[in-house]
Design a protein around this ligand. Structure first.
Ligand code: SAM
Length: 457
C-alpha cells in the first residue's frame, strides 16, 4: 500500500537553531517507511539536530526510499541528482540513502552517486548515529547486514501526526510472493514482544494520541509467546484511553476467524481491513505464489461481513503480472464487482531484481496493460462513488485529524471504517471524535458538517 510522496518526518517538531545542525528526511513508500523516518528523526534530534523544511539550510538530508516498483527506485536517483547541486554549494552537507533501495543496492549507490555519504537499510536504523559520525569524517558509510530493529527507543520517535501514531508489531516478511522484493529489503519476519508493544501504546495514550495503527508486512501472523494476532488486538484494545485501533497489512491466507471474532468483540477496534488480493484469477495467484485461491479470499470476505457488520475493505491489485491474459483480468474485474471494496491500491506489475518473476515473459504490450489498469481504476471510482452516495444523509463519527489543505477552516478526519471526511470547523476540534452529518460526496471523500446536536468544546 503506498502513500503520496514525499512526506517530511519531524516537520511537527520545533524548528530552532541548533549547535549540531539541521536535518530533513524525505520519505517514499509505505507506512512502514513513514514510521522508520519518524524513528530516524527521533535519533537525529537526540544527537542535537533539529528539523528543517528548507533544504538549502540542511546539514543532513536523508532519502528514505521504496524499492517496491522500479519507478520508485529510479526516482531516487533523479532526486539525488538534484541534491548534488545543493552539495556543490554546501560541501559540508551529508546526504544519506536509507530504506529499501539502500538495502537492495548497497555499495552500488556510492558508485552511481559518489557524493552520497551514507547508505543504511531499514533493519539497521540504530546504526544511524555511528554512520553519521563516520560520514562527518569524510568516510562513506554503509551498513550491509540486516539487524534486529524491534527494540528501538519508541519514546524518541518524532511522529508526523498529532492524533494517530504508528506502532511496529513486526519486521520483515517470510512470504515468497514471486513479484515482491520486500523479503530482500526488510529481512526475516520477526515479531515485537507483546509487552513492548503495550508499553508503547500506553506511552502514546499518555502523550494524548487517540488512535494507533499496528504495522507490519503480515500483521495477522503475529506471535508473542501464546499470544496470536487476535490476542494482540484485544490486548491493545484493552489499554485504557485508546479510542481507535487499526492495523495493516493483513495476509488473506492467515485472516482467521479468531481475528474477526476479536474485532467484533473489541471496544475500539476499527471495522476496517486492508486485505491485499493482488488478482482475481487462480492461475495468476498460483504464479504469484500467494498461497490462497479466489474462493478462499471471497470466503474470508463473506465471513468478515457477517461477523463484523459494516466492516470496510481495501485491497492491493497488481495488473499485468507476467502471463496475465484477458480472461485472468476479467476475473479480477469480476472480483471487484463481487467484493465492492471501499478502496483499492492498484499497480502495474514491475519486474524487481532477484525476484522469481523478474525474468518471466510479460506476454502483453504496455498499452494493453495500461488499458487494463485504467479500466480497473475507472470501475473502482464508480463503485466508490456509489458507496459514498449511499452514505449521504448518514451521521458518522469522525476522529478529527487536522486541517485539510483545501481551504481555511476545513478539517479532515476519518470514520471508524476509514472513510475520509471533510467538514468546517476550528483547530479546537482536532483530536476529538465528532458526529458529522454527511451532505455530499465524491468518489474519494465525504463532505458534511458537525451535527448541530454536538456540544461545542
Ligand atoms: N505484505 C503485503 C502483502 O503481501 O499482501 C504487501 C506489501 S507491498 C509493500 C504493497 C503492495 O505493493 C503489494 O500488495 C502489491 O500490490 C504491490 N507490489 C509489490 N511488488 C510489486 C511489483 N513487483 N509490481 C507491482 N506492484 C507490486
Amino acid at each position: 500500500m503506498s502513500l503520496k510522496l514525499p512526506v517530511a518526518a519531524g516537520a511537527t517538531a520545533p524548528q530552532e537553531h541548533s549547535p549540531v545542525g539541521l536535518f530533513a528526511i524525505e520519505t517514499w513508500g509505505c507506512q512502514m517507511n513513514v514510521h522508520d523516518s519518524e524513528k530516524m528523526a527521533g535519533a537525529l534530534i537526540r544527537l542535537g539536530y533539529r528539523p528543517t523544511k528548507d533544504l538549502h539550510r540542511a546539514d543532513v538530508i536523508l532519502l528514505n526510499t521504496c524499492a517496491i516498483r522500479e519507478k520508485a527506485s529510479h526516482k531516487i536517483y533523479t532526486r539525488l541528482g538534484r541534491l548534488r547541486r545543493l552539495k556543490l554549494r554546501n560541501p559540508g552537507l551529508l546526504i544519506g540513502v536509507t530504506g529499501c533501495v539502500a538495502q537492495l543496492e548497497g555499495e552500488a549507490i556510492f558508485r552511481r552517486a559518489p557524493f552520497v555519504d551514507l547508505v543504511l537499510g531499514p533493519r539497521g536504523l540504530s546504526a544511524l548515529p555511528e554512520l553519521l559520525e563516520k560520514a562527518r569524517h569524510r568516510r562513506s558509510a554503509h551498513l550491509e547486514p540486516l539487524e534486529d530493529s524491534l527494540t528501538y527507543p519508541f519514546e524518541t520517535a518524532v511522529r508526523s501526526h498529532e492524533v494517530k501514531a504508528f506502532v511496529t508489531v513486526m519486521e520483515g516478511c517470510d512470504k515468497r510472493c514471486t513479484f515482491c522484493v520486500v523479503p530482500a529489503t526488510r529481512g526475516k519476519q520477526e515479531y515485537r514482544a507483546l509487552q513492548h508493544v503495550l508499553q508503547e501504546v500506553r506511552f502514546l495514550v499518555e502523550k494524548g494520541y487517540r488512535e494507533v495503527e499496528l504495522l507490519g508486512q503480515n500483521v495477522n501472523t503475529y506471535r508473542s509467546g501464546d499470544t496470536d494476532f487476535a490476542g494482540l488486538l484485544l490486548a491493545v484494545d484493552g489499554v485504557d484511553g485508546i479510542e481507535r485501533v487499526r492495523f495493516t497489512t493483513s495476509h488473506p491466507l492467515h485472516f482467521d476467524d479468531s481475528i474477526m471474532d476479536a474485532m467484533a468483540a473489541g471496544r475500539n477496534i476499527c471495522p476496517s481491513i486492508h486485505l491485499p488480493v493482488q488478482s482475481g484469477s487462480d492461475r495468476i495467484l498460483r504464479l504469484m505464489r500467494r498461497g490462497y485461491h479466489r474462493k478462499r479470499f471471497l470466503d474470508r470476505v463473506e465471513r468478515i461481513r457477517t461477523t463484523i457488520p459494516g466492516c470496510t475493505l481495501s485491497t492491493d491489485i497488481i495488473v499485468g503480472f507476467p502471463g496475465e491474459d484477458e480472461d485472468d483480468f476479467a476475473q479480477t474485474m469480476s472480483l471487484l464487482e463481487e467484493v465492492r471494496f471501499e478502496r483499492i491500491f492498484s499497480f502495474l506489475f514491475s519486474a524487481r531484481p532477484g525476484t522469481p518473476a523478474e525474468n518471466l515473459p510479460i506476454g502483453t504490450s504496455l498499452t494493453v496493460r495500461k488499458g487494463r489498469l485504467a479500466r480497473l481504476q475507472g470501475r473502482q471510482m464508480e463503485i466508490q462513488a456509489e458507496i459514498h452516495a449511499d452514505m449521504v444523509g448518514e451521521r458518522v463519527m469522525v476522529l478529527v485529524e487536522g486541517n485539510a489543505r483545501t481551504g481555511e477552516g476545513v478539517l479532515l478526519g476519518r470514520t471508524p471504517g476509514s472513510h475520509l471526511v471533510h467538514f468546517s470547523g476550528h483547530d479546537g476540534m482536532i483530536g476529538r471524535i465528532l458526529p458529522v452529518d454527511v451532505s455530499s460526496c465524491t468518489a474519494t471523500a465525504l463532505y458534511g458538517s458537525v451535527s448541530a446536536e454536538c456540544p461545542s468544546p
